[in-house]
Design a protein around this ligand. Structure first.
Ligand code: ADP
Ligand code: MG
Length: 696
């Protein structure tokens, strides 16, 4: 990789290889503390971005502050005194000798601090100022102790880092400063044109400016440069990955839509909506193309993605190819299988189910039918990507609910065929800015509207004490011939316990609704039992279905009009939206009842968002706001590397810009052979190691 003379300068020494414990002042113990912050190399350390900066250049005497104003002051501890107020609160008061005389620092209810605050030690405290009768005092919200490089901690703009116990701001500042002076100068990796066009500062000295800037503006400029760089590298990696796939040529060719696609279309009990039509046109065109399709089909819960996928499956079969549809759970795979089987049969296409739950004989028979090509469409779970599964001629892979799978699993499925077309479906309403990053290697088709006649699902929050209201509502719905779901939460990832909770709830409900059938569905049941229950529910022989979150995705029974979720505060926003999506699938009015007692403010905010917002995209934006992008649907799972500097929410404007630039760069230097290309390639390898794997 480094055979070109030009990058020898990058090679030695490399901060992404040098481990922090070999820095002066960092022994094994501090190295362990740093590891808790995710810092193991000098690179990690220097990319540990300050949470904020504090301007300590213009220190004023505390006298000059108003009561209640925020101030920072430094001094030496002269005395410490602890008292207990009548209310029971402990008050810790330290007298400090500072540059402008004596002042007090005050802490409430932190008695253990007496161990830290020794007479003679130096302290920097931040907090609100109060002018007492003797001397000004600071009610401390943040403070720093410990030794540390003189001149790093005051009289300048000072970085404030995300910290862990036992590691003080002062110590970390010292270590970072040390690392800065030891790290080799960073060679420029962005071409001059880009720096000029986007007003970015050069790379040399950027890390020093990020940590110890001369001005607040300099800190922001440094951050912006590094954000640009990080997103540009990420986009390059993603686009390169896509290029490699799309550069291939399919060994198979499709003809124009023929008998099977037409037969399937004719057999549908409804006409496709305009958006479904458009989605199908795009997919069909991709399939006809010589390059393999890489498309994401996005549509809110209930938008009708499955029929569109079915048309693609039929098109593959029609051209003598096999197709595979992979779903994240057994229940969902079964659901898809059952509904697709009958749909595909009308076009004379043979489908099979392949999941881990199959009995051995049936599994072997299915595998044989797949190898021989007798089965044209295989619906399944992860079981599809196992080694023993061999297709005769796999031409199309469809992945449902992509957010549950990683990039790797997607790739494994693709590897079962010779350059198959790839269609990925998701109901996760990803905000556009994030979609560009999460799915930057895919083309995007959106089904933006629900089928006609759908009414918004009326969503309410009830307290457990108001259960009677819920039961009355259920009663009136099932009397009208409609059906209801009751969902109890998955308990600590234990299927066993969640199953028990569901069983208990079903027993409780039976006497409440005499004369009606209460069914039960959970992950511990056998495949045949689950099939029976789902069939009975679909045929309206079960009025109330008590289930664990196994019904979360994909279940499609339009006659169900009520979804009750117990302990709703324990679910995430996206999950609740998925559950709610099980109802509102016909022209009947539907209800979603979220049952939760007193709960955390965050959970309350989620439930409230759901009661006021119906649209998945609005909810996704809200989710992003509430949780931050790091948490968003588990970005690690979706295969996007962790970003150190960029904040997808705050820096979304740069997402599109860097994508555009990455495109442009790859057009000129697709193999990364130019001097900048070489450096970029090396940088990507160091910064994003595994997730996109080798990009070369
Ligand atoms: P999702 O996009 O969540 O996978 P589905 O494909 O399960 O949605 O479709 C939701 C429901 O809408 C299904 O009952 C399906 O039969 C129905 N449906 C799909 N397309 C249409 C349409 N064009 N008109 C009426 N109903 C439709
Ligand atoms: Mg679906």
């Amino acid at each position: 990789m480094f055979n070109l003379g030009i990058i020898v300068e990058v090679r030695t020494p490399n901060m992404w290889e040098k481990r922090v414990q070999y820095l002066k002042g960092v022994g094994p113990q501090r190295a362990r503390l740093l590891a808790r912050l995710g810092i193991s190399t000098v690179g990690d350390l220097l990319f540990h971005v300050p949470r904020r900066h504090e301007d300590r250049t213009r220190c004023r005497p505390l006298k000059a502050y108003q009561d209640g104003e925020l101030a920072t002051a430094e001094g030496e501890v002269a005395a410490v005194q602890q008292t207990r107020a009548r209310s029971g609160i402990t008050v810790l008061r330290a007298a400090l000798r500072g540059r402008w005389g004596l002042f007090y620092a005050v802490w409430f209810n932190q008695p253990y601090l007496t161990r830290v605050l020794k007479a003679g030690s130096r302290l920097t405290v931040t907090g609100k100022v109060r002018h007492g009768p003797y001397a000004p005092e600071i009610q401390v919200t943040e403070f720093e102790t410990g030794e540390g490089e003189e001149g790093l901690n005051s009289g300048r703009i000072v970085p404030i880092y995300p910290l862990t116990d036992k590691l003080s701001q002062r110590i970390l500042r010292g270590i970072v400063f040390q690392a800065l002076s030891e790290a080799a100068a960073l060679p420029e990796i962005l071409p001059p044109r880009m720096l000029e066009e986007y007003g970015l500062r050069e790379r040399h000295g950027v890390l020093a400016a990020l940590h110890f800037p001369e001005s607040m503006a300099e800190a922001e400029r440094a951050r912006r440069r590094l954000v640009f760089e990080e997103l540009f590298l990420l986009q390059l990696a993603i686009l390169r990955r896509r290029q490699k796939v799309v550069a291939q040529e399919k060994s198979h060719r499709y003809s124009v839509d023929g008998v099977k696609v037409t037969a399937l279309q004719k057999s549908l009990p409804f006409a496709l909506t305009r958006e479904q039509e458009k989605a199908w046109r795009e997919i069909s065109a991709d399939m006809t193309n010589a390059r393999p399709m890489q498309r994401l089909l996005q549509g809110d819960v209930g938008a009708g993605k499955t029929v569109v996928a079915a048309l693609a499956l039929a098109k593959a079969a029609e051209n003598g190819l096999q197709a595979a549809l992979m779903a994240p759970t057994e229940i969902l795979a079964e659901q898809h299988y059952l509904s697709l089987k009958s749909l595909l049969r009308s076009a004379d296409i043979k489908a099979a189910l392949l999941t881990g739950g199959l009995k051995k004989e049936r599994r072997l028979l299915t595998l044989e039918a797949i190898v021989s090509g007798e089965v044209e469409v295989v619906v399944g779970t992860h079981a599809l990507i196992q080694e023993g599964v061999v297709f005769r001629r796999l031409g199309l892979t469809v992945v449902d609910e992509q957010h549950r799978f990683g990039v790797r699993q997607r790739d494994l499925l693709r590897a079962k065929g010779d350059c198959p077309d790839v269609l990925i479906m998701t109901a996760t309403p990803i905000p556009r800015t994030l979609a560009l990053t999460l799915y930057g290697d895919l083309d995007l088709t959106v089904i933006g509207a629900l089928p006609p006649g759908r009414k918004p699902v009326k969503t309410v929050w009830l307290k457990p004490a108001e259960k009677a209201r819920l039961y009355r509502l259920v009663q009136s719905e099932i009397k009208k011939g409609r059906q209801a779901y009751f969902v109890c939460p998955l308990i600590e990832e234990s299927e066993q316990l969640s199953a028990q909770a569901a069983i208990k709830l079903a027993e409780e409900l039976k006497p409440v609704f005499p004369g009606f059938n209460v069914g039960l569905l959970h992950g511990r049941m056998k495949l045949e039992e689950r099939e029976q229950v789902m069939n009975a529910f679909r045929d309206n022989k079960i009025n109330i279905l008590v289930a664990t979150t196994v019904v979360e995705v994909g279940v499609d029974v339009p006659n169900a009009t009520l979804m009750a979720v117990f302990d709703a505060d324990r679910f995430g926003l996206a999950q609740l939206h998925q559950l709610r999506g099980r109802v509102g699938r016909s022209d009947q009015a539907s209800y979603c009842v979220l049952v939760a007692g007193r709960t955390t403010p965050e959970a309350a905010a989620r439930i409230k968002a759901l009661t006021s917002l119906g649209d998945g995209f609005a909810l996704a934006e809200e989710d992003l706001r509430l949780r931050g992008p790091g948490e968003f649907f588990g970005t690690r799972q979706s295969g996007i590397p962790e970003l150190r500097i960029a904040d997808l929410l705050r820096d979304h404007d740069l997402l599109e810009v860097t994508r555009h630039e990455a495109h442009r760069f790859l057009m000129e230097d697709p193999e990364f052979t130019s001097p900048f290309g070489c450096r970029l390639k090396a940088e990507i390898a160091f910064r994003f190691e595994a997730p996109t794997d080798s990009i070369g």
